[in-house]
Ligand binder design. Structure first.
Ligand code: SF4
Length: 295
């Protein structure tokens, strides 16, 4: 993959970077006894080829209403450093791995669509990384959205905590794509979500996308318990509510967070019959994720 055009384009952006070549990225990424926290301070970028298992069925319960759900990761690891993130327990290395062979992901997605008897298939990104955090050099959304555009049978969710939305704003909004933003209350964000853009900045990005016609999702994964959590989530949700996010952008059933069912236990947390309130009350029920997902 050293000669892949995407590899060359990325290397051209970092002309002073030291380059180390290896046969398989696992030689660097998988050895035991690596110090994740130390590497996280200054992670290297590994450009690699994803050989197999590119697009996988989601674990049971992961989805937003569809019957056929798949996830894929163009990257492993994340620019941000959420202390609750499952990635730091899953991988031995904190280096970023970017799989440059996007075209092989496209082929695998097409194969799944062909075998789905015309039924809609959901594809989730942002499982082992944040979908947009490194968009300026991965060009992930810039290149995957045009792939999904002529495939209405495919539904695509980009899950993110990033405000890197420029490449989306430069394209026509896709009716079969959802840009889903994850939130936790300020108290958790401030202490556990290191380097993640602030809540208001994410809301501002949502509004920009909404004005450009994009469908939005709100995700409250993970829900984190701490003393005063009701008040913290109430503040978060009532903060999002009056920002101008249109109810239609928030209330479509397939935009509900799987965790929304937890909030059904205390709908009084949010006053009034608002868009957000309807999400929290959950017009559909989903099981909680069996394991954590990125972003
Ligand atoms: S939870 Fe999401 S945004 Fe936070 S470090 Fe993990 S992948 Fe990145």
């Amino acid at each position: 993959m050293a000669g892949h055009p995407r590899t060359k384009a990325i290397c051209a952006r970092f002309p002073r970077a030291s380059q180390v070549f290896c046969e398989r990225y696992g030689e660097v990424f998988n050895p035991k006894a690596q110090d994740f926290r130390l590497q996280k301070q200054k992670p290297a970028l590994i450009l690699a080829n994803k050989h197999d298992r590119r697009v996988l069925e989601t674990p049971a319960g992961y989805g937003i209403g569809g019957e056929r759900n798949y996830y894929f990761s163009h990257m492993l690891n994340c620019l941000y450093d959420c202390r609750y993130c499952f990635l730091q327990g899953m991988y031995r290395s904190a280096h970023y791995v970017l799989f440059v062979n996007y075209e092989d992901f496209y082929s695998e997605i097409d194969g799944i669509l062909e075998n789905a008897n015309g039924e809609p298939c959901w594809f989730f990104s942002g499982y082992d990384c944040d979908s947009l955090a490194l968009e300026p050099f991965t060009a992930f959304a810039e290149q995957f959205l045009p792939f999904f555009a002529p495939r209405p049978q495919a539904r695509f969710e980009l899950r993110t905590k990033s405000t890197q939305v420029r490449s989306l704003l430069s394209q026509e909004a896709l009716p079969n794509a959802v840009v889903a933003f994850s939130f936790t209350p300020e108290e958790i964000h401030g202490t556990l979500e290191h380097k993640v853009p602030g809540i208001q900045r994410r809301i501002d990005s949502m509004l920009q996308l909404q004005h450009a016609g994009w469908s939005l999702g709100l995700r409250f994964d993970p829900l984190i318990y701490q003393p005063g959590y009701r008040e913290h989530y109430r503040t978060l949700l009532t903060g999002i509510q009056p920002t101008g996010c249109h109810p239609a952008a928030l209330c479509q059933p397939w935009h509900l967070s799987p965790s929304a069912q937890l909030f059904q236990e205390y709908p009084e947390a949010v006053p009034g019959r608002t868009a957000v309130c309807r999400i929290i009350r959950g017009e559909r029920r989903h099981d909680l994720l069996p394991g954590g997902a990125g972003t």
